[in-house]
Design a protein around this ligand. Structure first.
Ligand code: NAP
Ligand code: MG
Length: 399
């Protein structure tokens, strides 16, 4: 068979531990036999981040700006234990954080829905995608422990020398805590645009929710920016696409999400997105069945699995034991990237290949062949629990 051609390389970001093993298997058995795979390879494995003083992470993000589409393997975010384990000279920052800061994007997480892995919520027949704003709020905060009586204020000192603005946070009569957070109009606007664009490109309704009734300035600003951008830039395009934009309070949104049938994008502020994406991935069945894509307002895409490097399984693997690690989200990271590359370059057979690989993966599970995490929760009778390698081989045989 003549292999499917690519015209622009993907940025390939390799990673760590069990997902690094899966990465190679997926490439060797599911992609390279069919696609003349072109990638610009960056090894984001922790050893190479150490060797390059983390320059490789920056380089891979810069390459994504140049080439437009990246696929990333899960990577270790070092903590104190990892500094010892890998003999690190520094506790390098989260690669995802570094990449996000360079690409300035919004992260969309979508569960992979498959027959036999039923959501805990009976009415959910279609996936719910979370769009998480990835800048500011409590993730870039300043906090104080207040030891005793005294006043905490917010003070804004304008750079142009105009008068200071002050507001009292609390006149403390006793010990307590205080926190300062912020966000930027430009970041909120690019979050809104990324969400509107993603809704259009996937033809799904967009919901956005905040707590503007309580947070009359802060959350209200999010609501206003969304509405202004929708009215000015997207209302007509949404009407043409037959989709809608809908704002409601966050608590109302939570109630509606549970009653819904799915099939929409739910844009969340940073903290809401952090919490709700874990709830949704579990409620849809498994963390290992969640895909993630970073969409930048400039039109760059970075695809990955939502889970980590599955360290516990890796140590079993190193000890020579058989593992049963789910490769579905990693496979879908590759198909997402290949499909997007195909769409951008007008390569119909690359787009079709991405869909065939996804179908082969889902068909394998629906035929009752799956990894242990799914075998434990499936509603299919007599599932066969396969090893990491055998599951990928089972997908390959269908492909
Ligand atoms: P994790 O790798 O997501 O794994 C947590 C647990 O979830 C696993 O022990 C396993 O449960 C289950 N699991 C996750 N993915 C699975 C899969 N594909 N197949 C089967 N089971 C799966 O999270 P972690 O153990 O907290 O983190 C490990 C490393 O990953 C850390 O160094 C962290 O920094 C990194 N991390 C990276 C990313 C990223 O690159 N995007 C995201 C999160 C974490 P059982 O052990 O019960 O089987
Ligand atoms: Mg979370």
């Amino acid at each position: 068979m003549e292999k499917i051609r690519m015209t622009t390389p993907l940025v390939e970001m390799d990673g760590d531990e069990m997902t690094r093993i899966i990465w190679q298997l997926v490439k060797d058995q599911l992609i390279c036999p069919f696609v003349d795979l072109q990638t610009e390879y960056y090894d984001l494995g922790l050893r190479n981040r150490e060797a390059t003083k983390d320059q490789v992470t920056v380089d891979s993000a810069e390459a994504t700006k140049r080439l437009g589409v990246a696929v990333k393997c899960a990577t270790i975010t070092p903590n104190a234990a990892r500094v010892d384990e890998y003999g690190l000279s520094q506790m390098w920052k989260s690669p995802n954080g570094t990449i996000r800061a360079i690409l300035d994007g919004t992260v969309f997480r979508t569960p992979i829905v498959v027959k036999g892995i039923e959501p805990y919520v009976r009415t959910w027949t279609k996936p719910i995608t979370i769009a998480r704003h990835a800048y500011g709020d409590v993730y870039k905060n300043t906090e104080l422990r207040i030891p005793g009586p005294g006043k905490v204020e917010l003070v804004y000192t304008p750079a142009d020398g105009s008068p200071e603005v002050r507001a009292t946070v609390q006149d403390f009569a006793e010990p307590g805590i205080a926190q300062g957070i912020h966000n930027l109009d430009a970041s909120i606007a690019s979050f809104a645009r990324a969400s509107f664009e993603y809704a259009l490109s996937t033809r799904q309704d967009l919901w956005f929710a905040a707590k503007d009734t309580i947070s009359k300035t802060y959350d209200h600003r999010f609501k206003d920016i969304y509405q202004e951008i929708f009215d000015a830039e997207y209302r007509t395009r949404f009407e043409e696409a037959g989709i809608s934009y809908f704002y409601t309070l966050i608590d109302d949104a939570v109630a509606r999400v549970i009653r819904s049938e799915g099939g929409f994008i739910w844009a969340c502020k940073n903290y809401d997105g952090d919490v709700m994406s874990d709830m949704l991935s579990t409620a849809f069945g498994s963390l290992a069945m969640m895909t993630s894509v970073l969409v930048s307002p400039h039109g760059y895409y970075e695809y990955e699995a939502a889970h980590g490097t599955v360290q516990r399984h890796y140590y079993k693997h190193l000890a020579g034991e058989e593992t049963s690690t789910n490769s579905v989200a990693t496979i879908f990271a590759w198909t997402g990237a290949l499909r997007k590359r195909g769409e951008l370059d007008g390569l119909d057979d690359l787009v079709a290949f991405a869909s065939r690989l996804e179908q082969a993966t889902l068909a394998t599970i629906e035929d009752g062949e799956m990894t242990g995490d799914l075998a434990a929760i499936t509603t299919l009778p007599n599932p066969r629990k396969l090893s990491t390698q055998d599951f990928i081989a089972a997908v390959a045989s269908r492909l």
